[in-house]
Ligand binder design. Structure first.
Ligand code: SF4
Length: 289
């Protein structure tokens, strides 16, 4: 049995950078506390937990002597200020792609223009971006919500980094009905999610079974399984190698592997090793478990 990895999988640039920044702070001997879980992966959070990283849900929980970490989603300027006042050090791991959206929103607000952000109003990234233009920004999910907007002044339309391109462009088009001014549309979607889906789709045509490694509540991992199932019915979402059932791999010649954007490399490596072990056992090598 051959184990084939998708061309793009696992940690995206922003998550990898955030984890690296936390590890650097640990190396410097800091007491590290992240505002919200650093990433949506239980196993990686446990690993960081064993190194002393803890999570807080509110800036008031941070104390002098501690290092506060802002995760890749970013926060509002108020929250950042509060962390800076309370903590001894703040590590800002906001993904640069998110920082760009925050800056665009802040600049448009400074010019007294309206900002339409296409995304989920409850998502931490969206709450953070709106904080940069609190009096000027509206968060809407899609074009069906454009009708509820007031008349707009020189609107700027930007997006949550992880939404679908079609949703963004359809909404941007609908926004034109709400203004007599020119609409500035800046696509701020990050390609990490789409790249992983495209790579999984391409590989799903070539395999008999597919394993997506990711948290059970990770939306990008769940979406990856859906993509794999388009061409490969035997597609499974697993969190660890212990969830692989060897019986599912009997008669399988090629097995695909991909992972969500919050899945660390060490976890992916364990799954690949377990699959290779099962492959050898299924081919009759009795020296294997
Ligand atoms: S998905 Fe994109 S925007 Fe979000 S953290 Fe990863 S690289 Fe940054």
């Amino acid at each position: 049995m051959r184990v084939l990895l998708a061309d793009e999988y696992g940690f995206c640039f922003g998550v990898e950078r955030a984890v690296d920044m936390v590890e650097e702070a640990l190396c410097e001997g800091d007491t590290v506390r992240t505002l919200g879980p650093l990433i949506h992966n239980e196993q990686e959070m446990q690993r960081l937990g064993t190194q002393g990283v803890t999570t807080i849900s509110d800036p008031v929980q941070i104390k002098r002597g501690e290092t506060a970490v802002i995760r890749a989603h970013g926060v509002t300027p108020e929250v950042q200020r509060e962390l800076e006042e309370r903590a001894s050090k703040v590590v800002d791991a906001t993904c640069p792609f998110v920082t760009r959206v925050q800056k665009l929103a802040a600049r448009a607000a400074a010019e007294d223009r309206h900002v339409i952000i296409v995304g989920s109003p409850d998502h931490p990234e969206m709450i953070g971006v709106k904080g940069y233009a609190p009096e000027h920004a509206f968060i809407i999910k899609d074009e069906t919500e454009v009708a509820d907007l007031p008349r707009l002044r020189k609107p700027l339309v930007v997006s949550q980094t992880t939404i679908k391109a079609k949703t963004f462009f359809d909404t941007a088009e609908a926004v034109k009905t709400k203004t007599d001014d020119e609409v500035q549309v800046i696509n701020t979607i990050c390609s990490a999610t789409r790249d992983r889906q495209d790579a999984a789709r391409a590989l799903s045509n070539m395999v008999d079974a597919f394993y997506v490694i990711g948290g059970r509540h990770s939306s990008n991992s769940i979406k990856l399984v859906g993509v794999c199932k388009e061409n490969c019915e035997k597609s499974f979402l697993i969190e660890t190698e212990d969830e692989i059932n060897p019986a599912d791999l009997i008669g399988v010649e090629n097995v695909g592997v991909t992972a969500g954007a919050s899945t660390p490399q060490w976890l992916i490596q364990k799954v690949v090793e377990r699959l290779e072990e099962i492959g050898r056992a299924n081919s009759g090598d009795m020296s294997l478990k």
